[in-house]
Design a protein around this ligand. Sequence first.
Ligand code: ATP
Length: 784
Amino acid sequence: MCAQLQKIWSELNPNELAKVLHEKALICFLNQSGKFMYVSQPLTVLLECDESELLNKSINSLQCTKVEQQAKHPLWGIISNETFWNGYIDLSTKRGKDLRVLTTFALLENKELHESYYIGIFDLNPLHVDFQMFKENDSCYNSFFNNSPIPKSVFDLETFKYVDVNEAWEDYTGFNRNNALNHTPNELKLHTVFNSEFINTIKSSENISISHDKVELINHSDSIKHATLTFKKIFIHNQAYLLEIIMDSTERLKYQKVLEKISKKSVQKKDVILKLAGLVGGDLSYVFKEITRLAAKTMRIERVSIWQFEEGKNTIACQSAYNLKEHDYFKQVEFKAHDYPKYFQYLFKHKTLRVDDAIHSEQTEEFAERYLKPLNITATLDVLIQGHQTHYGVLCFEHIGSKKEWTIEDEEFATSIANIISLAVECDKRNTAEIELIKSNQKLVGLNSELKNLQKKLEQENIYLREEIDLVFNYEEMVYGSKSFSQVLTDVERVATTNATVLLLGESGTGKELLARAIHNTSSRKSKPLIKVNCAAIPKELIESELFGHKKGSFTGAISDKLGKFQLADGGTLFLDEIGELPLDMQPKLLRAIQESEIEPIGGTKTQKVDIRIIAATNRDLQEEVQAKNFREDLYFRINVFPIIIPPLRERIEDIPILLEHFVNKYSKLYSKSVKYISEETKRDLQSYSWPGNIRELENLVERAIILSNDEKLKIPNFKSSEKESLISSTNLSLDDVQRIHIKKILHKTNWKIEGPDGAAELLQMKPSTLRDRMKKLGLKKLT
Ligand SMILES: Nc1ncnc2c1ncn2[C@@H]1O[C@H](COP(=O)(O)OP(=O)(O)OP(=O)(O)O)[C@@H](O)[C@H]1O
């Protein structure tokens, strides 16, 4: 310790010194520059330094810089202005710990040495100060109680009445000392902390220190203050008292409340912004509705609306508008931008327009008569909504009624909302563009695969049609002269325009296929294909695949997908020739396909719908086949919707000369022959023949004759003019054939009359029963 200091101490009253420097004291001496001259050992511990580290160091160096107020005013600057200073200071220990300590600095002067020093007394808790000591030592009591700027009072522990109050207390509570002494706080109606529980606690413990936070204090003028009350049992002349220290928290609480309110509001706003941001990407009209509703609710603003500029920014139209009071959306008008030039000019320039008095403000008064006054709108806050390259529109907040002052927070919130709207608009644009892109891609993919299918189908159809072209005649090439065939064509014409299934019944070579083509060509399906399936010509194992198609790998040999005749005929006509030859096991599958208009390719997993008109043909007696169980009855009924019977050539001999002409012309041209004449005799000969092979037989005969002929007259070799001769000379016929042809001719002549005069039996010189047996054996039956 320095000699000067020892000298000062030696000058001091030893009793006083002893009291001051009791071993636990937190004491220091500072010179007039504020540098430590002495630091008591407990204080060094508190400051986490050695004494040597502190000596000659300024107290400012311990000042806690985190506390703004003190950082601006160096500690020593404050203390050195006073001869006595009492108050809290904020210090940092060597290890950086922040300490708030109650300190008292008093100037001590040594007149002899003409030197002066400050003694500093530190206390972490003001109540640690030994009150008894202060009471005994008037100067200390004065310092720590009477002169303290902190409101303090002392109570009798028996009565809990005031025995002492300081001046700060009088100022703070408004009560004067004389009125307060000998009264309880309850009697003064100052506070009601002294209830029985409190009194018991205080009385039952020796050394107690209690703090009551946020106590409501009603001062003398009835105004309310809030404070933290700290109570400590103290002893003065061995008598226990209760010390009360008032730490005012009115302002703190007030600011705390304001801060809490602000922070609550800002959290609320942040939540709303986050919630609205989460909506971005959804349906735009829904997002707008939510934005206007939540923005109105959060800002407590009566009307919130979103407006969009139309093309060229000439008009602005409302997209969504919410009324907070009515909890509902409302319809808005449209504004022409050029009617309100000042408003728009200002908005485009400043992006935000905050108007507390909308009716009289320069920028918004244009709206006053037509819009603001009728709706009682007094204040507006408008924010421009940015689009991608241009402005999208405006977000409007409209306050109704009393005066309103917008705050900077309002503007910030409105700007955030406007930003969310921009995001939502851009996102919506992108979504729409994306959807369009996906749609057109899908369309493209669809068109592509349709094109591929069509191409494939076309290729197959082409191949098929080329195959078919040699097999059939077209409609124009069909010639006739008989009434019976004319009737057939009338039926064909009648049924052709419908979608009805047609069953063509007739002997081989009578022209069933030609008629099928005629029906198709006269129908509305003529632009689509007519596909023929010869049920008799396809091997049994392949018929299902031929009809319904197959998938690659569905059976050995299925090296690629193949379309069936049903698919090829989709939209057109399917001609099932020789349907009587269809294997029995295929018949139900065919029936199902016809009935459901649905097929399933072999190896396929899905059924396919087809739109097909069916024409079936057979030279068999299907009714008989049904009875013989060779043909399913249900299929028979399904195809026998519109039966057309084509008479054999022998029953329409009037057609023979015409057909003869037709074929001679056709084959003369084909083989470059110059056949010009057909004798009447030849015609007659041909007409008297029974033509079991019908027109095909006639055609073949003429073709052969043309090939062999060398002059202009048609000669048919091996064909005799007399009926009998011609029959006999038909070299390729069996005995049964000859019998069948002859009996059929007679039956035709008698119009299928068997018994009686001019009956076939009589002409054939046979018993009717024998004739019937023979007919049965030869399969002769009148077609109905
Ligand atoms: N009215 C007609 N005019 C010209 N040619 C005809 C006529 N009717 C049939 N033909 C010809 O007769 C031949 C046999 O005709 P088509 O093949 O249509 O008979 P079909 O009854 O279907 O025979 P199948 O039952 O043996 O299949 C064909 O060459 C066809 O062109």
